[in-house]
Design a protein around this ligand. Structure first.
Ligand code: UD1
Length: 337
């Protein structure tokens, strides 16, 4: 099957592209390099021996997308291309709503125009569960009011896809709710290296471990969790990438719309992951306790039994693997700068 991967040079996108190629899929990438670098394409080629067709286009651009569809005739889409910084979205709601909605709409219009393309995988997030009433979270738990415009785009797009699936019975749509993707490719060639000060915990720890930043700010130690710090479900990006291949295989059985949590099912606190990182890498991570970060929830982890039962999804890697792989990637990246 030929698959269009939007945002295919980004963190999760690039790992998924490699998994797809290694599973025999033909991959086309659309990415406007907003939050990615062109040399990721070389790295994908280095890892897989295949250089996917690449289109440097904004997925909002229907004309450019139309040309791509006419030429490539993809049968499936994995839609990663989106703005994803929670804090930034609060200050730039218009940009977030426009970009995340319009890219999705443009792709759905292409599916209308090119009926050969019936399969759509959407990158959603655990953020749609808002402040959870309980953990672990199941797919049947309610979507809550989002705490940011970024989260709102995920909530609303999920609803839009559900409405579209109701009237387009020939479509197969997978909504994948990611928990906290971390780690990097085993080769050290792909990973997450945000510009400036990272917002997310693991990229921040990577910068502390490699001497770029002095210490980790732990946002709150007074949550109702065993050690008082926030608990999350950290999933290795390689496991997450494999989840996309399994979801695509599921879509090939014509299930209509399906929704899956992709996590590990295990919660890890901020202090625990700092300790795990130290054990995995042998490097001391200094930290200071700071006040809670606005919008953070105490605890958030997945019940992954649906993905396990229906997709055969289980995680191969643990938090230690992810810490070590993330560290190795960051060390290599710093040397290249
Ligand atoms: C956020 C988003 C999620 C998105 C994910 C990855 C929300 C509520 N969360 O998850 O949708 O998929 O990023 O982009 O929309 N922490 C620190 N110090 C730091 C950074 C974080 O202590 O410097 C703590 C946080 O308080 C939290 C945990 O580490 O308890 C994880 O934070 P982070 O990596 O930012 O991810 P989330 O906020 O869970």
């Amino acid at each position: 099957m030929k698959v269009l991967v939007t945002g295919g040079l980004g963190f999760i996108g690039s790992h998924t592209v490699c998994e797809l190629i290694e599973s025999g899929y033909d991959v086309v990438i659309a990415d406007n390099l907003y939050n990615s670098k062109i040399d990721v394409l070389d790295r994908i080629e280095k890892i897989t021996g295949v250089r996917p067709h690449f289109y440097n286009i904004n997925v909002q651009d229907k004309e450019a997308l139309d040309k791509l569809f006419a030429k490539e005739e993809p049968e499936g889409i994995i839609h990663f291309a989106a703005y994803k910084a929670v804090g930034e979205s609060v200050y730039k709601p218009l940009e977030y709503y426009e970009n995340n909605f319009d890219t999705t709409f443009a792709l759905l219009w292409m599916m209308r125009k090119y009926p050969k393309c019936k399969n759509f995988v959407f990158s959603s997030s655990a953020t749609i569960y808002g402040v959870p009433d309980h953990v672990p979270l199941k797919e049947t738990d309610p979507r809550k009011d989002a705490t940011s415009p970024y989260g709102e785009t995920k909530v609303v797009i999920e609803r839009i896809l559900e409405d579209i699936a109701k009237v387009n019975k020939e479509y197969n749509i997978a909504i994948l709710r990611y928990f906290n993707p971390i780690g990097a490719h085993k080769s050290g060639l792909l990973g997450e290296d945000p510009n400036g000060i990272p917002n997310n915990l693991l990229p921040y720890i990577n910068k502390v471990a490699t001497g770029v930043l002095p210490c980790v700010n732990v946002f709150g130690d007074d949550y109702p969790t065993p050690d008082g710090t926030g608990v999350r479900d950290y999933i290795h990006v390689l496991d997450l990438a494999r989840g996309h291949v399994l979801a695509l295989k599921k879509l090939e059985t014509n299930p209509g719309l399906v929704t899956y949590n992709l996590g590990t099912g295990k919660g890890t606190s901020v202090l625990e992951i700092i300790k795990d990182y130290e054990k995995a890498t042998g490097i001391k991570i200094n930290y200071v306790i700071k006040p809670r970060r606005a919008g953070d929830v105490a605890e958030n982890y997945a019940d992954c039994s649906k993905a396990k039962n229906e997709l055969g999804f289980t995680c191969k890697y643990n938090v230690f693997d992810a810490c070590l792989d993330g560290y190795n990637f960051q060390k290599k990246e710093n040397q290249n700068k």
